[in-house]
Design a protein around this ligand. Structure first.
Ligand SMILES: [Zn+2]
Ligand SMILES: [Zn+2]
Length: 394
């Protein structure tokens, strides 16, 4: 009897497999997907030279992230800001867990006497939206009604997106693949995601897989870093990793605009080299676009340039890995003496394509957080993509 069931089951599997094959053969060649429309004119790419590179950490917890209530000794706001200034940061986001204050961030972290932007260090308004379905950081150039965003956290995603729009805030998924507190919302509600959480780069592999899927599906989701530090440590602390943005000027709004536009790269720490990524799309040997930018391909070859800027370890070799549409495209060696690499490729005329960079090499010392470099290992930096034929209306 048992044997007969096994034979019957095997026959059913064979029948269903043969149905799948014939179904594949029946795909209509003239089928038109109504969602895919010809790409119209794209907005011009922003200026490449008018701006300033600023670095910072976009995921830091203060004394207000204490489950037992405010703990003045844990990680005072004043101490965070003094440290950020000491490593040359241009911006920082103190993103305390909003659930510890039941959403009332406005009268806790933001009301701290030390919570003030200065000319050299810009403070973003935000919090870690800490919900049953996952965590995300909110960013805003000015105070907003965070209580309202906290209150909507368990509702349908469409309602959350509506509240987000009303508040005019940016939302970035945190540690999206966990291992705990993975991001279980629609990625349509985020402007970007944390693909590099803490100095332990290797634990971010699954977050990077999610990011790649979002890019491949046409979503220009910005990748950023965040130390997620809760208190002083010599392993993982403010700046491990460090996020760089190319801001139009030194204002909180310009930092957020640069973030959302993807003119962003992430480095292992504040002293590690920054990676910049450019493309010349009209063969005049002048760079026309940088990471985060989107242009129509012309069907002609495009020259790409990679530039490592900052402290490169002398007499060392860095490896620049180019990822094209989720697959390895090539590998290039750069040195402190010659920190640039160039390559050429021809994106297809109509298809969406993207190119991004992962830089590996010697670790850079971070004296204020002396054990971090060893944990990060040879991961140096990553860039956001340069995009072709992405729909800006998506
Ligand atoms: Zn979290
Ligand atoms: Zn956190």
């Amino acid at each position: 009897m048992y044997k007969n069931i096994r034979i019957l089951f095997a026959m059913l599997v064979m029948i269903s497999v043969s149905n799948m094959v014939s179904a594949q053969q029946k795909i209509a060649k003239d089928h038109i997907n109504p969602w895919i429309k010809p790409l119209g004119a794209l907005p011009p790419v922003a200026n490449l030279t008018e701006g300033i590179w600023l670095k910072g950490d976009l995921h830091v917890h203060s004394s207000y992230s204490s489950e037992g209530g405010y703990d003045p000794n844990r990680h005072p706001v004043a101490k965070i800001l003094a440290f950020a200034k000491s490593v040359g940061f241009g911006f920082i986001a103190i993103t305390d867990h909003d659930n510890h204050v039941l959403g009332n961030v406005e009268h806790n972290t933001w009301a701290d006497p030390a919570f003030k932007s200065t000319d050299s260090l810009l403070l973003l308004y935000g919090a870690e939206w800490t919900t049953t379905r996952g965590h995300a950081n909110t960013f805003s150039a000015k105070p907003y009604n965070h209580q309202k965003f906290y209150d909507v956290r368990d509702q349908r995603d469409a309602n959350i997106i509506a509240v987000k729009k009303e508040l005019g805030i940016s939302v970035y998924a945190n540690h999206p693949a966990g291992p705990k507190d993975h991001f279980g919302f629609s990625y349509d509600l985020v402007d970007g995601m944390e693909v590099w959480n803490s100095c332990l780069w290797t634990k971010n592999a699954n977050s990077n897989l999610i990011w790649e899927d979002m890019l491949a599906s046409g979503r220009r989701v910005t990748a950023r870093g965040g130390s997620d530090t809760h208190s002083p440590s010599d392993v993982n602390y403010i700046g491990t990793p460090t996020t760089w943005v190319f801001a139009k000027n030194r204002t909180t709004q310009a930092v957020i605009d640069a973030l959302n536009n993807g003119r962003v790269s992430v480095s292992a720490n504040p002293y590690a080299p920054r990676v910049e990524f450019f493309a010349d799309i009209n063969q005049d040997d002048k760079m026309d676009m940088m990471m985060g930018d989107n242009a129509k391909s012309t069907g002609k070859p495009i020259k790409f340039r990679v530039q490592l800027t900052g402290n490169l370890v002398a007499d060392s070799v860095y490896t620049v890995n180019v990822i094209k549409d989720g697959r390895k495209f090539g590998s290039y060696k750069v040195t402190a003496k010659n920190p640039t690499a160039e390559f050429t490729d021809t994106p297809k005329l109509v298809d969406r394509m993207y190119y991004r960079l992962i830089v590996e090499g010697p670790s850079t010392n971070y004296p204020q957080v002396p054990k971090s470099a060893q944990v990060t290992g040879n991961m140096v930096a990553l860039s956001n993509p340069i995009y072709f034929n992405f729909d800006p209306q998506f």
